[in-house]
Design a protein around this ligand. Structure first.
Ligand code: RB5
Length: 143
């Protein structure tokens, strides 16, 4: 599995730490920016990561902004993207088990680096349960 990561300025520092952690674990990480702490617009990075997740094989996404909300709202405009804001390990596990989220969105201003790493580990170790959850996912797209 490959990982595509992106953030706005509020998530930039956490993105750099997470990228380092994941690369040390052996993941191939494609970084879509931002690459400085200067103020940027989160949709630009949400759209880049969403495109990669939709078009690259075996690729999951990580998005980070201050709250995790704006950047996931933008990513979820792409048909086929299921971006889930996750603030603890249990929510992250369920985002994969029940929602088959293909992007995890983190609130950089509300979690520590250690929490972020625990959340990502929980997300990437979890397995989609299918069954009734697949039926529900099939009803998400409306056009
Ligand atoms: C940037 O200040 C902040 O608005 C952004 O990171 C995010 O929290 C938006 O949802």
């Amino acid at each position: 599995m490959n990982i595509c990561i992106g953030s706005d300025h509020a998530g930039y520092q956490l993105k750099e730490k997470i990228k380092n952690y994941l690369q040390n674990k052996g993941y191939i990480v494609l970084d879509e920016g931002t690459n400085t702490p200067e103020s940027v617009d989160y949709p630009d990075f949400a759209h880049r990561v969403a495109q990669q997740v939709l078009t690259s094989k075996d690729t999951q996404g990580i998005l980070i902004c201050g709250t995790g909300n704006g950047i996931s709202i933008a990513a979820n405009k792409h048909k086929g993207i299921r971006a889930a804001v996750c603030w603890n390990t249990e929510v992250a596990k369920l985002a994969k088990q029940h929602n088959n989220a293909n992007i995890i969105s983190l609130p950089a201003r509300f979690i520590t680096e250690k929490q972020a790493i625990d959340i990502l580990d929980a997300f990437f170790m979890a397995v989609f349960e299918g069954g009734r959850h697949q039926n529900r996912i099939n009803k998400i797209d409306i056009c």
